[in-house]
Every structure is written in structure tokens, then in C-alpha cells.
Design a protein. Structure first.
Length: 129
């Protein structure tokens, strides 16, 4: 046995089995959405779109220190996840946030956080470490 302190893990209340994260599909969905936001540039793009309500690609490129091709690749990842929608407007593509998908992400994260022990128990565990 080593000299490291061992802290007992809590048994989380998994809540009702009807929760979205109780299913494999819900877990896959959360993982896919989290992966889409797994790069700081994509988080920044989402923030830009949320602030403007809609935006064309050129305006996004102007706000980021990235090449057009790089921004386009990040937009592609966001579109594939469904967090961003693009609409062709002549030679431009107008992008906006898919609020339903963003709300789904929020609810999945909230559900994940609801699996935590209460705040006081977390602080007591952290104090032991």
C-alpha cells in the first residue's frame, strides 16, 4: 500500500432511468456536442454568432486571428454537430446558432451536473485531498 490518501467515492443518485444521459444515445449526443466545442476557436465562433444573431463567414474571419480556410473548417465541425446552421445567400453563407441544439447541450450538461454530490460534500472531499 502506498502513502497516498484514499478518499471514498460517493454513490451518486443516478435519478430516474428516463433521463437522457441514462441512454447510450444521450451519452453519445453529449460527447458529440462537447467534441464540437473542444477547440477554443469554435467556442469563440459560437460566442460571435450568439452576439450578432446572424453572421456571414467573412465577418467571423475578421474577428479571429485565423485564415479563412481554418475558420471554414471550424464552421464545418460546428455545422456537423448541429450547433450552427448555414444558409446560402448568393455568394455568401449566413451562419447562425441553432438554439434548440444549444439548449439540448445545456440540458445534458445540467443533467450531468445533477449527478454530483451536494456542494458541501464536494468541498469536504476537496479539503481531504
Amino acid at each position: 500500500m502506498n502513502d497516498q490518501t484514499v478518499v471514498a467515492c460517493y454513490e451518486p443518485d443516478t435519478g430516474p432511468e428516463s433521463s437522457v444521459l441514462a441512454s447510450e444515445a444521450g451519452q453519445q449526443e453529449l460527447a458529440a456536442l462537447a467534441k464540437a466545442l473542444g477547440h477554443p476557436a469554435r467556442v469563440r465562433i459560437l460566442r460571435i454568432l450568439l452576439a450578432r444573431q446572424a453572421c456571414v463567414c467573412g465577418q467571423i474571419v475578421d474577428e479571429l486571428p485565423l485564415a479563412q480556410a481554418t475558420v471554414s473548417q471550424h464552421l464545418k465541425v460546428l455545422r456537423e454537430s448541429g450547433l450552427v446552421q448555414g444558409e446560402i445567400d448568393g455568394p455568401r453563407v449566413c451562419y447562425c446558432v441553432n438554439r434548440e441544439r444549444l439548449e439540448l447541450l445545456g440540458s445534458l450538461i445540467t443533467e450531468l451536473l445533477d449527478l454530483q454530490p451536494d456542494r458541501e460534500a464536494r468541498h469536504a472531499t476537496q479539503a481531504l485531498g
